[in-house]
Design a protein around this ligand. Structure first.
Ligand SMILES: [Zn+2]
Length: 103
């Protein structure tokens, strides 16, 4: 079943707010941030609302940390397989592809 558009918008807004809170709390209160991330994830599953791309790249799927580059995640480019690699504090590695600009 598809989610009603109004509900969809509401859930998206809530996810956004939770992610904002997670970002604020990641440094001083990591366990709380973790809960916000988990909640946002559950909401996205429960209501079938896709996690926006910008958040997908800020969450660890393994430990639910909110990623702050240079703080709890290392971001590197791998030229060979053209990926952006996110190495989380917990050791998890996630890759996202990128394509070089065509000349
Ligand atoms: Zn992790």
């Amino acid at each position: 079943m598809k989610t009603d558009p109004k509900l969809h918008a509401l859930i998206l807004e809530r996810i956004g707010r939770l992610m904002g809170l997670a970002e604020e709390n990641q440094r001083k209160n990591p366990s709380r941030a973790k809960r916000y991330v988990a909640l946002a994830g559950r909401m996205s599953t429960r209501y079938r609302v896709r996690m926006p791309e910008r958040f997908k790249k800020r969450i660890c799927k393994v430990c639910s940390r909110y990623w702050i580059p240079g703080y709890n995640v290392t971001v590197r480019l791998n030229r060979r397989n053209r990926t952006v690699e996110y190495r989380c504090e917990c050791g998890a590695l996630r890759r996202f592809g990128y394509t070089e600009k065509k000349k």
